[in-house]
Write a protein of this length. Structure first.
Length: 211
């Protein structure tokens, strides 16, 4: 009985999600809201049981320094519960978010440089130095595309600005477009693979139930 209910629910949710192909409708919104709600509830339960609960139970017997370090995230999280209509508390309330965003950005930047950029460049250089040079060149061009502080043409050092604009707006934009195209093709291929696997699973389940 439970297997039959699972097959029916899976088929219904699959139809709801792919009904968006025709237009935005109530079934698609229901599936998306259900996904977000279940994901948020699952994440909340995991955080409480795996992070907050053990942290609270482990506070006893800690040294004062370690106790202060453990309590700091809790107080920063409580700052978010301060009333929003009190403008005088905005700086205190936003301090937790500011620290979280700052640490997250720093960790992401270090991870991108040390875990992605440098390994890719060194691995390419070990095989082919030309590939390493091209990788570094295209990376610089892409970064120049997001540089908005460039002197206008016709002013001092306008020649350097012209070169920067060519590298960023032409080469950098082309690299970004090619990258997005590859990512879109990969995402589409993955989505079709998941759809095929989902339909095959539903077909196998329905066939097993009918037989």
């Amino acid at each position: 009985m439970s297997e039959t209910i699972g097959v029916i629910v899976g088929l219904f949710l699959t139809v709801c999600v792919y009904s968006y192909i025709f237009k935005d409708n109530v079934l698609y919104k229901f599936a998306i809201h259900l996904l977000v709600g279940v994901s948020a509830a699952y994440a909340a339960v995991v955080v409480v049981r795996s992070v907050i609960g053990p942290a609270i139970f482990n506070l006893a017997g800690k040294a004062p320094v370690n106790l202060a370090i453990s309590l700091a995230p809790i107080f920063l999280g409580l700052f978010l519960l301060l009333p929003r209509h009190r403008s005088s508390l905005n700086k205190v309330r936003n301090s937790g978010v500011a620290i979280l965003v700052g640490i997250g950005a720093a960790v992401a930047l270090i991870g991108a440089i040390a875990g992605t950029l440098i390994p890719q460049t060194t691995s390419a250089g070990a095989i082919n130095p030309i590939a390493a040079i091209l990788s570094a060149f295209f990376t610089i061009c892409t970064l120049l595309y997001f540089r908005f502080v460039i002197r206008p043409l016709g002013t001092e050092n306008s020649e350097g600005s012209r070169i920067q604009q060519f590298l960023g707006n032409t080469i950098g934009r082309a690299v970004i477009m090619i990258t997005f195209g590859v990512l879109f093709a990969t995402t589409l291929n993955t989505s079709l693979t998941l759809l095929t696997a989902q339909l095959d699973g539903i077909y196998q389940s329905v066939s097993a139930l009918l037989n």
